[in-house]
Design a protein around this ligand. Structure first.
Ligand code: NAD
Length: 360
């Protein structure tokens, strides 16, 4: 067995392939988790450890385009949970053949299409299963992606007899680690009921937003607010310091006044501004929500602006600014999106003007 991403796999990975498991005995009690990035690795950790606490016979399968991420996950948990039944799937097809519940946490629309719809993916594999096995399958996609792509993927999955819900999250890496995420669920009542106990292992609030795609719609609207707010907090923090204010004093004022928001009180972009907290700016903007992902979310909002007849002038401005951050300072692309502060500070230091209409 081999992965298209990694033709020569080290023994730590190949030794954990799933051939040894009796699929017919195990599939119903096994969960597969695909996408072990910043969010997925933390969510999978909570899901696995809480499932294991429920039943020591829990089976858990992990899968990532970078198989080493999956190997690292297994190594960590084998030490803490001796006897745990952990496996690595090298393809999404293997993951859905191994487990009747599959959770996906991927970057965006193309990755979701690849994992679900393309050859070696979940939907072609579901078509190969007996009808009863397909019907017992539940897919939960927590990726933030285009609403139409999410709906189409759920419809194709449901055509096989399986159930699928969109369940994007709010709460960031901190919430993923603490198991306190909010899940915004779109799908049928039955899909919501089936997904809720799984999601409860990773989050605190599980909200049924409506039919398929409704969770994604809610998430895109929330991130529209967040993306704009993070820029204006960066502007205010820079302006305040240029006016001679200490950043901790300024953050304290904003956070106890009408300007308070998550971007100022939890994800403040200036080091030293939140003495009791440790936002990404304290680690050179490492380990948060990547600027490229926020740019993607701004584009998800502006992309449906004309189709829905909703004017989004601030979303368009924010999209251009995040695009310019990535273009002017590619080193910030994978750093937390609060690094937009660095971009503004650099422009201020160099005397550069930022005119939104002129950014391409
Ligand atoms: P990430 O880039 O850190 O992780 C994505 C993971 O998916 C990576 O490990 C990658 O190797 C894997 N992957 C990509 N293509 C794959 C494929 N074809 N098969 C298997 N694995 C594949 O991203 P993240 O920060 O974990 O975010 C995931 C999603 O959650 C995004 O849609 C993002 O917008 C959303 N989100 C992120 C945050 C955050 O704070 N990071 C907060 C809320 C929502």
């Amino acid at each position: 067995m081999h992965s298209p991403h990694s033709p020569t796999l080290p023994p730590t990975i190949t030794s954990r392939c799933l051939q040894q498991w009796d699929r017919y005995l195990v599939r119903g009690k096994s969960i597969s988790f695909i996408g072990l990035g910043n969010m997925g690795s933390e969510m999978a950790s909570n899901l696995f450890s809480k499932r294991f606490a429920e039943t020591s016979d829990a089976h858990f399968v992990v899968c990532d385009a970078v198989p080493e991420n999956a190997a690292r996950f297994c190594e960590t948990f084998e030490k803490s949970f001796p006897g745990a039944k952990l496996g690595i799937a090298l393809t999404p097809e293997e993951a859905v053949l191994a487990s009747s519940t599959v959770v996906t946490m991927l970057p965006s629309s193309p990755h979701v299409r690849k994992v679900y719809a393309e050859s070696g993916g979940i939907i072609p594999a579901l078509r190969l299963l007996a009808e009863s096995e397909a019907r017992s399958t539940l897919c939960i996609d927590s990726t933030t992606l285009d609403v139409q792509v999410g709906r189409a993927t759920a419809a194709e999955t449901r055509e096989t007899g399986a159930e699928m819900v969109d369940a994007p999250v709010s709460g960031g890496v901190t919430g993923a680690k603490a198991g306190t995420l909010s899940f915004l669920v779109g799908g049928t009542e039955d899909g919501f009921e089936r997904a809720s106990p799984i999601l409860a292992h990773m989050g605190k609030r599980i909200i049924h937003c409506g039919a398929s795609g409704a969770g994604l719609g809610a998430k895109i609207c929330n991130n529209l607010v967040l993306g704009v707010e993070q820029i204006v907090v960066a502007e205010a923090m820079l302006l305040g310091q240029r006016l001679g204010l200490d950043p901790a004093v300024l953050a304290g004022v904003i956070n106890s006044s009408t300007g308070a928001c998550w971007s100022s009180s939890v994800n403040n972009p200036v080091a030293g501004s939140l003495p009791d907290k440790s936002p990404p700016c304290e680690r050179d903007y490492e380990g948060g929500f990547a600027t490229v992902l926020m740019l993607k979310d701004m584009r998800l909002a502006t992309g449906v602006s004309s189709a829905t007849g909703s004017p989004l002038p601030l979303a368009e401005a924010a999209e251009r600014i995040y695009a310019d951050v990535v273009k002017q300072q590619p080193e910030l692309a994978k750093k937390d999106f609060s690094a937009v502060y660095s971009y503004l500070e650099r422009a201020a230091d160099k005397g550069l003007k930022i005119r939104i209409g002129e950014i391409d």
